[in-house]
Design a protein around this ligand. Structure first.
Ligand code: SF4
Length: 204
């Protein structure tokens, strides 16, 4: 087990796992401090960022739960807290009334515009590391993320570019791109939003 230093001595995956665990603890601490300064919790901020950057037709409570790795019930509680603060509004999806879509209110958009520096401490901590070392790290992290995605432990939402279902410039001026998965034409703006169904066209 990764917490046993003797086990880690002879096991690289245990050492990397422990390093990732320690990093996750540090990130939790840093984001908590940054969130406290804004009077919100880290998950509330994640919910606001999710509503801001996820394509509007997939910005659902269920996808938010998947994005932060929690249950639907917990996600509903987080969202309801933000609805109570007047930062988020909920609406039923026209095609499926069981699905709840999330939107930022005008006040929520103001808060999101103030989040430019959220997560900055983490970026600053990496500032002293050489670009070459970061490139290797990025490659390794990509492989870990991909392995965890395949095990259903992680959801990575990304814009359309690089997705195997993306057919750019296949439509008209109003909706120039096509998604083979949802079989819909997308506006350029929608293709730049994050999609939880993004499937990389090149396996890492
Ligand atoms: S599945 Fe891929 S192409 Fe379709 S909307 Fe999502 S990211 Fe875009």
């Amino acid at each position: 087990m990764i917490f046993d230093p003797q086990h880690r001595k002879d096991n690289r995956s245990a050492r990397v796992s422990m390093a990732l665990f320690r990093i996750s603890q540090a990130i939790k601490k840093v984001t908590q401090a940054e969130s406290d300064a804004l009077g919100l919790s880290p998950v509330q901020i994640q919910a606001l960022l999710f509503a801001a950057y996820t394509r509007s037709d997939v910005a659902t409570v269920g996808n938010f739960a998947g994005a932060i790795g929690t249950t639907h019930v917990t996600a509903v509680k987080i969202i309801n807290g933000l609805v109570g603060k007047g930062l988020v509004s909920k609406a039923q999806k026209p095609e499926d009334r069981r699905v709840t879509l999330l939107n930022l209110t005008a006040e929520g958009r103001v808060i999101v515009s103030q989040l430019n520096h959220w997560g900055r401490s983490l970026e600053e901590a990496l500032g002293s590391i050489s670009d070459e070392a970061l490139a290797d790290f990025e490659l390794g992290l990509g492989a870990i993320i991909s392995a965890m995605q395949q095990r259903g432990q992680l959801v990575v939402a990304e814009p359309c570019l690089g997705c195997m279902h993306f057919h750019p410039n296949a439509g008209d001026a109003a909706a120039p791109h096509y998604c083979g998965l949802v079989q819909k034409y997308l506006t350029h703006e929608a293709s730049l939003q994050e999609c939880p169904e993004h499937t990389p066209s090149i396996e890492v």
